[in-house]
Design a binder for this molecule. Structure first.
Ligand SMILES: [Zn+2]
Length: 391
């Protein structure tokens, strides 16, 4: 597996589709599709081997992950949608804020009479708590990883006379210069990884991404490309076992029989799932797990209480578009399940198998258009194991 780190050299504006109105916000990460697109363009212009190009960029199991802001760490993670924080002073305690609470277990407990709804920091903050989003990283304590952004005022061009149309002002948001973003590329074959690494690690490539590149924006430098080993099975096992322990301790075995295993899936990038009729989906069901991860997962259940309650999920979805840099054409619109969404399942199966299946899924992603970075997942995200009491 390769870790890729890029640094913004000039302001970068990224969006999935043209904005409506006069303000166009930027994404605060670099989608895998963008990195794959510009690297494919470079490869196409500089490497003569067509077969190698096709294998690297069109192999269905090559995964270009999203690049998230590093904030000085190897890589940051997406804050799950179960995370809540003080309305008055939102953020992690390490940042001097009132802490981020994982509400997963509060939401799971159907019998709980009162759910935490006020901050309670230092026993004297009565502000309510609200969902918090963004990125975090950290070893012993978590901290927010922010992306520095700025807004620039632009004028549009009057196409009839080809001059500035002073009455048509619009605002464009940019990711500022000198910020690093990192992610990974997982090749299905070692020889492809080696070929790719040998070509790209020798050059400090300067690439252009996003919009307004003709006016000097969107310049990034490929600052690091390094080989690394993905997480070991033992780490996945430790996370899975910790989750069982927390659930058993918190719920006195009321939702979990001794032969059952609970697991969570937290989306680290936007994810595209299709049903049998090729319709876009807004959630992850056992059928999807069976199709995209392992057939035996059809036996899993997304309902902890064995009642007719709706599926337990904390998710949201939206429609996205996009632009194909290699072909210079717009991409088809798609409905995505947003990064940060959390899904909970339980199953009666051998835990060793479960760990094996999901370790593979963590490296290869789930769902459609994985080569573009869609479908990155975390199995039993550490966040749900460490942030229960807030941090
Ligand atoms: Zn507070």
């Amino acid at each position: 597996m390769l870790r890729i780190i890029v640094e913004t050299v000039s302001p970068v504006h990224l969006s999935y589709s043209p904005s409506v109105g006069t303000f166009s916000p930027t994404l605060d990460y670099i989608p895998g599709s963008v990195i794959r697109g510009v690297l494919a363009k470079w490869y196409d212009e500089n490497i003569s081997s067509t077969s190698e190009f096709n294998k690297v960029f069109f192999h269905e199991r090559t995964f270009f992950s999203s690049l998230t802001p590093t904030g000085g760490y190897k890589r940051s993670k997406v804050i799950p949608k179960t995370a809540y924080s003080c309305k008055y002073k939102p953020g992690f305690m390490k940042n001097g804020s009132h802490g981020v609470y994982d509400m997963l277990y509060d939401f799971l407990d159907k019998d709980k009479q009162t759910i935490k709804d006020t901050c309670g920091h230092d026993n004297n903050c009565n502000a309510s708590i609200i969902p918090i989003s963004g990125y975090y990283a950290g070893t012993s304590k978590y901290e927010s990883i922010e992306v520095r952004k700025r807004i620039e005022m632009k004028t549009s061009i009057n196409s009839e006379v080809n001059t500035i149309s002073s009455s048509n002002l619009y605002q464009l948001e940019f990711i500022e210069e000198q910020q690093k973003f990192s992610g990974f590329i997982n090749f299905s074959k070692k020889d492809l990884e080696t070929a790719f690494f040998n070509k790209l690690s020798k050059n400090k490539l300067i690439l252009r991404i996003g919009s307004k590149t003709s006016s000097g924006n969107g310049k990034i430098i490929l600052s690091e490309l390094e080989k690394y080993e993905p997480q070991k099975l033992a780490e996945q096992e430790e996370r899975l076992e910790s989750l069982q322990k927390i659930i058993r301790e918190n719920f006195n075995n009321k939702y979990l029989q001794p032969d059952e295993t609970i697991f969570t899936i937290t989306l680290q990038s936007d994810t595209i799932l299709l049903d049998k009729r090729l319709n876009y989906k807004n959630n992850i069901s056992p059928t999807d797990l069976a199709y995209y991860v392992h057939p035996k997962l059809i036996d899993s259940t997304p309902n902890l209480t064995n009642s007719n309650d709706p599926q337990i999920a904390f998710s949201s979805s939206k429609i996205i578009g996009g632009w194909n840099h290699l072909w210079g054409t717009p991409k088809k619109n798609a409905n995505i399940i947003e990064a940060g969404s959390v899904f909970i399942f339980k199953i009666k199966t051998n835990r060793k198998d479960l760990i094996k299946w999901f370790t593979k899924a963590e490296n290869e992603g789930i769902g459609e258009r994985r080569a573009e970075g869609f479908g990155e997942i975390l199995f039993c995200d550490e966040f749900h194991l460490r942030n229960i009491g807030g941090g």
